[in-house]
Design a protein around this ligand. Structure first.
Ligand code: ADP
Length: 656
C-alpha cells in the first residue's frame, strides 16, 4: 500500500474528469482552436450575420467550445446565449445540451456547485425527452463535479446511474467516459479489482485516433497493477501509455505514464531504469506547469530517491518539494485570500440585501398585520354599530308600532264608546219615535173614524150634487188612506214593541190563499189582471198564526196587484215539503232594480215602482211582512228583474 502514498489517486480522477470533459466538449475531431484566431473571428462573424435560430445556437456552442478552456468567462456568455436561443425555440434537446455546456464550463472553471445546478436542470430536461445519451453525459459530469467537491459517494452514485443507462446504442465515446470515470472513482476507493475491470472494458472502445485517451487508459491500468502488487503486468501498459502520450503530445499524460513505469520498475528492483523514468516524469511535469502534477512528481521523485537510499538527493528533492509547495501555497493562499475577500464582500452584500429584504418583509407583514387588525377592528365596530343601529331602529319601530297600536286601540275604543252612546241615543230616539207614532196614530184614529162617520151621515142625510159627491169621495179616500197608514203604523209598532200573545194553531194555507184570492178578485177584475192559483192536492196545513199568515200573503198579493199593469197575470203558488211550506207570489209587473231590492224591506220605502191604479202606498207593507215572517220562524226572499216581473218567496216551517 506504500504506492498509494507514493502516487495520490486524486491525480487520476482529476486528470480523468478534465480529459473526459475536454473530449466531450470538443467533439469528434478533438480539435481546439485558440481564441482570437481566424476560426473564432469567422464564427463570430457568422453568428452576427445569422438569422436562423438553430444556426445561431450551433455557432454559440462552437464559440463556447473555443473559449471554454482558455477564457471560461467568455465561454459562459456564449453558453448563456445558447440557452436563451434554445429556450426561445422551445427545443428541449437544445435546452438540455445548453445546460450541459453551462455545467461543463463551470466544472472547468472549478465552480462545482454551480455546475451541479446547471447539470441537474439539464438532466431533468434530458429525462423528459428520454435522451439517454445526454443523460449519461450529464451523470458523468455530475459524478465529476461531486467528486471534485469531495463527495465521492455521490460521485460514484452519479457514475453508477450513467453506467446503468448504457446500452448497445450508447456511443462508444460515452461508454468510455463512464468506464474511465467510474474506474477512477473506484481507484480512489481502493477497489482496484472493480476499477481494473472498468478500465479494461473501456480500452477496446476508445477510438484509434483518440491517442490521449488511449494513453490515459493505459496508464490507469498500469497503475492499478502497481497498486495490486503486480508490477510486471504494469510495465507494458505503462510503456504503452507513454507511447500514446508522446504521439498525442500531452505532457500531463507523459507524467502519468512515466509515474506508473517508475513505480513498476522500482517494485521490480530496476532502480536505474526507475530513476530515468522519474527524471523524465519531472521534465514533463514541469512542462505541464500544473502545480498538482509538479508537486506529485516531486513527491514521487523524493520518495524514489529515499527508497533507493540516495538520501542526499532525496533530501534535495524534499527541499525542492517543500519550496515548491510553499510557493504554490503562498500563491494559492494569496489567491484564496483574494477569493475569500470577494466571497466575503459578496456575502456581506448578500447578507445586507437579505437583511434589508427581511426588514422590508417584516415591515410589510407588520403593516399588513396592523391593517388587518384595523380592518378587523373596523369590521367589528361596524358590525357592532350596525347591530346597535338595527336594535335601536328595531326598538324604535316596535315602540312606534306599539304606540300606534295603542293609539289605534284608543281610537277604536273611543269609537266604540261613541257608537255605543250613539246606539243608546238612537234606541232612545227610536223608542221615543215609536212612542210618538203610537200616540199620534192612536190619537189620529178616533178623529178619522169620527170624520168617516160624519161623511156617512152627510151621504145618508140627503141628495148631494155631483161636485159635492166628488168631494165626499175624496174625503173618504183620504180618510181610508190615513186609517190604513195608522193601521200599518200601529201594527208595526205593536210587532216591534210587544211579543204577540197569539197562540199558534193548525192553519190551512190553501183556505187562506183561496179566501184572499176571492177578496182580491174584484180588484183584479177592475185592473184586468188574471189571477192564478197553483196549489198541489196534498195538505198545506201549517202550525202557525193564522192572522199573521193572512197579513203576509195579503201584503204580497196586494203589492203584486198594486204595481202591475192591466193585461198581466199574478200567480200564487204553494210548494210543500216535509218540514216547510214555500209560498210564492209571482207577478208580471215592472220588476225591482237591484238597488231597490237593498231597501225593499226597510220602513217607509216607497221605491221606483208606483201604484198603477191610484192605490195607497205607505212604504211600510214589506217591513211589516218581513217582521211577521221572521216571527213565524220563516224567511222571505225576492227574485226580480226590471221589466220582467217579481217573485216573493216565503218559506215557513210547518210546525215549531
Ligand atoms: P207600499 O206597497 O205601501 O208602497 P211596501 O213596503 O209594500 O210599501 O213596498 C215598498 C215599495 O216596494 C213599493 O213602494 C214599491 O215601489 C215596491 N214594491 C213592492 N212590491 C212590489 C212589486 N210586487 N212590484 C214592484 N214593486 C214593488
Amino acid at each position: 500500500m506504500l504506492k498509494i502514498n507514493r502516487t495520490p489517486a486524486r491525480l487520476w480522477s482529476w486528470g480523468y474528469a478534465i480529459l473526459f470533459l475536454g473530449l466531450m466538449l470538443v467533439g469528434k475531431n478533438g480539435l481546439r482552436a485558440e481564441p482570437g484566431n481566424a476560426k473564432v473571428d469567422s464564427l463570430e462573424a457568422l453568428l452576427e450575420a445569422s438569422t436562423d435560430d438553430f444556426e445561431q445556437w450551433d455557432l454559440c456552442t462552437q464559440l463556447f467550445l473555443e473559449f471554454v478552456y482558455s477564457q471560461p468567462e467568455e465561454s459562459f456568455g456564449y453558453a448563456d446565449r445558447g440557452l436563451d436561443i434554445a429556450q426561445s425555440m422551445g427545443d428541449d434537446s437544445l435546452i438540455a445540451q445548453s445546460y450541459v455546456n453551462l455545467g461543463t464550463a463551470r466544472i472547468i472553471g472549478n465552480e462545482y456547485s454551480e455546475a451541479i445546478l446547471y447539470l441537474t436542470e439539464g438532466v431533468k430536461v434530458a429525462q423528459s425527452i428520454g435522451d439517454s445519451s445526454l443523460m449519461i453525459r450529464i451523470h458523468v459530469n455530475l459524478g465529476a463535479a461531486y467528486t471534485q467537491l469531495g463527495n465521492d459517494e455521490r460521485g460514484i452514485r452519479e457514475l453508477e446511474i450513467a453506467l446503468g443507462l448504457i446500452s448497445d446504442e450508447t456511443p462508444g465515446g460515452f461508454q468510455v467516459a463512464v468506464f474511465n470515470n467510474l474506474g477512477a472513482a473506484y481507484t480512489e476507493k481502493e477497489q482496484y479489482e472493480t476499477a481494473l475491470d472498468l478500465f479494461q472494458r473501456a480500452k477496446p472502445l476508445i477510438r484509434p485516433w483518440d491517442l490521449r485517451r488511449k494513453a490515459m487508459n493505459a496508464s490507469n491500468i498500469a497503475q492499478i497493477y502497481n497498486y495490486l502488487g503486480q508490477p510486471k503486468e504494469a510495465l507494458a501498459p505503462a510503456r504503452e501509455s507513454i507511447e500514446y502520450a508522446r504521439e498525442s503530445g500531452t505532457s500531463e499524460q507523459m507524467v502519468a505514464g512515466f509515474n506508473s513505469l517508475a513505480d513498476a520498475l522500482e517494485d521490480l528492483g530496476r532502480y536505474r531504469e526507475a530513476g530515468e523514468a522519474v527524471d523524465s516524469m519531472m521534465v514533463y511535469a514541469e512542462l505541464t506547469a500544473i502545480p498538482n502534477i509538479i508537486e506529485t512528481a516531486l513527491g514521487g521523485k523524493a520518495r524514489y530517491l529515499e527508497s533507493t537510499q540516495q538520501y542526499k538527493l532525496a533530501l534535495e528533492a524534499h527541499k525542492k518539494l517543500m519550496e515548491y509547495k510553499d510557493s504554490v501555497n503562498v500563491a494559492n493562499q494569496e489567491e484564496s485570500i483574494a477569493e475569500l475577500q470577494v466571497k466575503m464582500e459578496l456575502s456581506e452584500k448578500d447578507a445586507a440585501a437579505e437583511l434589508a429584504r427581511s426588514q422590508t418583509e417584516l415591515e410589510r407583514q407588520k403593516r399588513l398585520r396592523q391593517n388587518n387588525l384595523l380592518l378587523l377592528l373596523g369590521i367589528g365596530l361596524g358590525v357592532l354599530a350596525v347591530g346597535a343601529a338595527v336594535l335601536v331602529i328595531g326598538l324604535a319601530v316596535r315602540n312606534r308600532a306599539n304606540r300606534k297600536l295603542r293609539e289605534q286601540n284608543k281610537v277604536i275604543a273611543d269609537k266604540n264608546d261613541l257608537l255605543q252612546r250613539q246606539k243608546e241615543a238612537l234606541e232612545d230616539l227610536n223608542r221615543e219615535k215609536d212612542g210618538l207614532i203610537g200616540i199620534v196614530a192612536h190619537d189620529l184614529k178616533s178623529p178619522l173614524n169620527k170624520s168617516l162617520a160624519l161623511i156617512q151621515m152627510i151621504e145618508t142625510s140627503g141628495e148631494l150634487n155631483p161636485s159635492q159627491q166628488q168631494a165626499v169621495d175624496m174625503i173618504r179616500k183620504s180618510n181610508t188612506d190615513g186609517t190604513q197608514l195608522i193601521r200599518d203604523l200601529l201594527e208595526l209598532n205593536s210587532l216591534e214593541q210587544v211579543e204577540s200573545k197569539q197562540e199558534k194553531a193548525p192553519v190551512d194555507a190553501r183556505e187562506v190563499i183561496e179566501n184572499l184570492a176571492a177578496t182580491f178578485a174584484p180588484e183584479a177584475q177592475r185592473k184586468q189582471i188574471q189571477f192564478h192559483l197553483q196549489l198541489p192536492p196534498e195538505s198545506l196545513t201549517l202550525h202557525t198564526h193564522r192572522l199573521s199568515l193572512c197579513r203576509i200573503l195579503e201584503n204580497l198579493i196586494s203589492n203584486a196587484l198594486k204595481f202591475s199593469n192591466s193585461g198581466t197575470s199574478i200567480q200564487v203558488e204553494a210548494i210543500p215539503s216535509p218540514n216547510q211550506l214555500e209560498l210564492r207570489v209571482h207577478d208580471q209587473g215592472p220588476g225591482i232594480s237591484p238597488q231597490d231590492q237593498q231597501k225593499l224591506f226597510k220602513k217607509f220605502q216607497r221605491l221606483s215602482a208606483k201604484p198603477t191604479g191610484g192605490e195607497n202606498s205607505t212604504g211600510l207593507g214589506l217591513a211589516i211582512t218581513k217582521s211577521l215572517v221572521e216571527r213565524l220562524g220563516g224567511e222571505i226572499q225576492v227574485k226580480s228583474q226590471l221589466g220582467k216581473g217579481t217573485s216573493f218567496v216565503v218559506s215557513l216551517p210547518k210546525a215549531n
